[in-house]
Design a protein around this ligand. Structure first.
Ligand code: RB5
Length: 142
């Protein structure tokens, strides 16, 4: 599976940690930045991650900012995107099983690093249930 990852300055350090972990697990990663803790604008990075998903170059994306809120709001403006701002293992699993989330948003100032890494694992390993959940997704998707 190919994963695209991006962050703003608030999520930069967590992005690097998650990227290292995913590379250890042999995932193929595209990192769209940012590349330091210098201040940047989160939509510039959510746009790039969204492009990789809608173009089909990557199956799933991960976006990290301070809260996960800005990234999720920006990414969800595209009707082909289902970006879930996740804070615990239950919502990590449900965002895949019920919502078929194709982007995981994390708030680096909200959750600890170990929990973030667990959330990423659960999110990547959980399959979409389909059925009635697909019917619901179709009602707001392109
Ligand atoms: C940056 O300070 C912060 O606003 C950003 O990382 C994010 O939390 C926005 O939603």
């Amino acid at each position: 599976m190919k994963i695209v990852i991006g962050s703003d300055h608030g999520g930069f350090e967590l992005k690097e940690t998650i990227k290292d972990r995913l590379l250890q697990r042999d995932y193929s990663i595209i990192d769209v930045g940012c590349s330091s803790v210098d201040s940047v604008d989160y939509p510039d990075f959510s746009d790039q991650v969204v492009s990789h998903i809608v173009n089909g170059t990557c199956n799933k994306g991960i976006l990290i900012c301070g809260t996960g809120i800005g990234m999720s709001i920006a990414a969800n403006r595209d009707r082909r995107i289902r970006a879930a701002n996740v804070h615990n293992l239950f919502t990590a699993r449900m965002s895949r099983e019920h919502n078929n989330a194709n982007i995981l948003c994390l708030g680096a100032r909200v959750i600890e690093t170990d929990l973030a890494l667990e959330i990423v694992s659960v999110w990547l390993d959980t399959e979409f249930t389909g059925g009635r959940h697909q019917i619901r997704i179709d009602k707001f998707s392109e």
